[in-house]
Design a protein around this ligand. Structure first.
Ligand code: URA
Length: 424
């Protein structure tokens, strides 16, 4: 076989055979298919799509490119959650210890942010001492100690996806349902979780801008998980405005700790509890309400154990950015609109995100919101506070926010927090 034959087949709208898919993924992982050839194939897939059989074969080939983790030594069911990414989406931080406190093991491999979306590992790394890289044995140790572990995927897990994702990122081939579904599910299936809840974000701050596209992605991923023997459910949830009031790394850790202490913004609490219930149901665990575990301190205890088991100090003060700037409400009325993408872009420009994978992020940078869409505001009151390490960053962040929030007489339309649910 050769790469050109596979590229041309997809370029001309054909179906790839199982043998072509197995060969191209294996050869790309080993370096026998060049980056430019894989980039051409990824673009052909983005433009012409893949059917369910091709997507399943592509996903299996990516899983086979590396190791599969095995948690059979554990005495309780495993459950995980994956979000397709958004702005202010810190849900993993309270959710993983919450579900652990309710009786499941949560082995979560997470990622870093890129562009306007935040990354769970970047957020947790703002906790002094916390380590994202663990060996498989260390992961098992943290799971036994705390019930939950959140860490980076090792280099042995779906290496084909690692190479392909980096390539897609710089070739305009991220927003393809077959490529996103196979990328996410190859890692989640290789991770070895028994149950999986997918949080598929919808709106300006998400990869999927409409509920229809999000549902198609969710159905594709649920089918892949179910066929691989993972009990998989997806929720479609709102990302037309930011989630919670904090956007940034340390700022989102702070908000997550508020939720674990029984407080925090209502949308973050509601989504955390809803996802926890879904994870417990998928794992076959009943009899414990996650809302109680937030109230009685058991989720906070699990969080403290999890952070400490990964080298972090849960009591250490979090880093803060040196410079702050307030954006005021331009009029009195109701905050009618606050665009998630614009807030994510502004936070990124303030230093909370990175432009290239190897760039560092600022732990303290980001945005604190003082009002959410639907809230009454008075002219001149603070709408948001921008945080950055250098004041020079404020100008470009303000440019990102320009025209992206509106004060009116009535609240504008917004998506319901949970838009839909997809099961097998
Ligand atoms: N997250 C992934 O892991 N892969 C994608 O393609 C998109 C989001």
């Amino acid at each position: 076989m050769d790469a050109i034959e596979v590229i041309v087949a997809k370029r001309d709208g054909g179906e790839l055979t199982a043998a072509q898919i197995d060969w191209v993924i294996d050869a790309y992982t080993k370096g026998a298919v060049a980056d430019e050839q894989m980039a051409a194939l990824a673009m052909a897939i983005l433009l012409n799509g893949m059917n369910r059989r091709e997507i399943a074969g592509w996903t299996e080939a990516m899983i086979r490119s590396g190791e599969r983790m095995d948690w059979s030594a554990l005495d309780r069911p495993t459950a995980d959650k994956h979000s397709t990414g958004g702005v202010g989406d810190k849900i993993t931080l309270p959710l993983a210890p919450l579900v652990a406190a309710c009786g499941a093991y949560v082995p979560q491999l997470s990622g870093r942010g890129l562009g306007h979306t935040g990354g769970t590992l970047d957020k947790l790394e703002s906790i002094p001492g916390w380590r994202a890289s663990l060996s498989n044995d260390e992961m098992l140790g943290v799971l036994r100690e705390a019930g939950a572990v959140v860490c980076a995927a090792g280099s042995g897990l779906a290496p084909a996806d690692k190479k392909l994702y980096a390539l897609r990122d710089v070739t305009g081939t991220v927003e393809s349902i077959p490529l996103i579904a196979s990328s996410i599910m190859s890692k989640k299936i290789a991770e070895g979780t028994g149950a999986l809840v997918l949080d598929v974000k919808v709106g300006s701050g998400a990869f999927m801008k409409t509920p229809e596209r999000a549902r198609e992605l969710a159905e594709t991923m649920v089918a892949l998980g179910t066929d691989a023997g993972v009990r998989t459910v997806a929720l479609l949830t709102a990302m037309d405005r930011p989630l919670g009031l904090a956007v940034g790394n340390a700022l989102e850790v702070e908000e997550s700790v508020e939720v674990l202490a029984g407080g925090g913004p209502s949308d973050v609490v509601e989504l955390t509890v809803r996802l926890a219930r879904e994870m417990l149901e998928a794992a076959g665990i009943s009899g414990k309400d996650p809302a109680d575990a937030l109230g009685d301190g058991s989720a906070m205890d699990a969080w403290r154990r999890m952070i400490a088991a990964q080298g972090g100090d849960p009591d250490a003060p979090l880093p803060r950015a040196g410079e702050m700037m307030t954006v005021e409400a331009p009029a009195s009325g109701v905050l009618a609109r606050l665009d998630a993408y614009a807030v994510g872009l502004a936070a990124w420009r303030l230093g909370a995100g990175r432009a290239r994978k190897e760039d560092p992020v600022s732990a303290g940078a980001g945005i604190t919101l003082h009002a959410k869409p639907g809230d009454p505001v008075r002219r001149g009151q603070p709408l948001m506070t921008l945080h950055a390490d250098e004041a020079a960053r404020f100008e470009r962040a303000l440019a990102a926010l320009d025209g992206c929030y509106e004060v009116g007489e009535t609240a504008g339309e917004q998506l319901p927090l949970v838009i839909g649910r997809v099961t097998a």
